[in-house]
Design a protein around this ligand. Structure first.
Ligand code: ADP
Length: 296
């Protein structure tokens, strides 16, 4: 079966078995003055308010340490807010975390990967945890592995896989229950351009066909431009600006001409304008990855 055919099968399967319709709301995600101060006093998120509509894809951009992972972690019920409120699929992340978790998929840097399981075992387990029958979980895992070109490593232990392949397995596992809302923390970080664009195409297709809401953080401006209906730039724990990529580009059309070499504004220009910082280096990124590993 070709990957494209497997994707069609996946969509058909999801349509036939969607059960969480009760959580369908206009705004998939609502943040009201959401804040997080860590026990050591770090004010990682300092009051963010925004809404993401059902079926929208929303990209969170910002420099290292801006508060992106903390924000997405609170929405995924992994980090407990210390101020404000957030509702995901109509449920409060603090009052109803179990209801929220049933309706979301969460693919995170280095997260959720048990090194002793095989790729296929991890995916089936993930499906079973979300209530799929064994046969159904096996079928779905097979389709997802096919769609993502992961069939050759399906039986390999996760410990033996490269970081990039593990990341793709983790993403595939987070989609096993084809939830209405999917959070992706740097979904294509470190992947080669071909894998990245295959993942974009898959996510875009699932979103259009199933109305899945996507929220992602990324360092790649082309990824944000291609995948996101709307983008929010976060800096120092605050939402600095938010809008469609086109609207954001328009906000800087007449500004700081010396900074730009062409008349055509890009999302990178927008990012530079609002954060006053260039895109971060790999070294900086690794430092944050390390920090996340230690925190986990
Ligand atoms: P981003 O994802 O934008 O890089 P993070 O949300 O990871 O930002 O981090 C925001 C701030 O919170 C940073 O200053 C980071 O060092 C700090 N931080 C993250 N996790 C913890 C933690 N578990 N304890 C204390 N500080 C943390």
């Amino acid at each position: 079966m070709s990957p494209a055919r497997a994707l069609e099968e996946l969509v058909r399967d999801a349509r036939g078995s969607r059960s969480l319709t009760g959580g369908r709301v206009d705004d998939a995600i609502v943040l009201e003055d959401l804040a997080k101060t860590y026990p050591d006093g770090t004010e990682a998120v300092r009051g963010i308010s925004l809404r993401v509509g059902s079926g929208e894809s929303y990209g969170i951009l910002g420099p290292n340490g801006a508060g992106k992972s903390t924000t997405i972690g609170m929405l995924g019920t992994l980090v407990r807010p210390t101020g404000g409120h957030a509702r995901v699929a109509g449920f409060d992340v603090v009052a109803d975390p179990v209801e929220v978790r049933r309706r979301i998929g969460f693919a995170m840097q280095q997260a959720g990967v048990d090194d002793f399981a095989t790729a296929s075992e991890l995916m089936v387990l993930q499906g079973r945890l979300h209530g799929l029958r064994k046969h159904h979980a096996l079928t779905r895992a097979g389709l997802l592995l096919r769609v993502m070109g992961l069939e050759p490593i399906a039986g390999r232990r996760l410990a033996t896989l490269s970081g990039g392949t593990k990341r793709r397995v983790d993403l595939a596992a987070s989609l096993m229950h084809l939830p209405p809302i999917v959070f992706l923390d740097e979904p294509t970080e470190g992947l080669d351009p071909r894998s990245r664009s295959a993942i974009w195409a898959m996510l875009d297709h699932l979103r259009r066909q199933l109305g899945i809401t996507l929220v992602l953080t990324t360092h790649y401006m082309d990824e944000a431009d291609r995948l996101c209906d709307r983008i929010g730039i976060i800096d120092r724990g605050k939402l600095v600006v938010d809008g469609t990529p086109e609207a954001l580009k328009a906000t800087i059309s007449g500004v700081a001409p010396r900074r730009f070499t062409t008349t055509q504004r890009t999302l990178e220009d927008v990012y530079l304008h609002y954060t006053r910082r260039p895109l971060e280096s790999d070294a900086g990124r690794e430092a944050v990855d390390d920090q996340l590993r230690r925190a986990a």
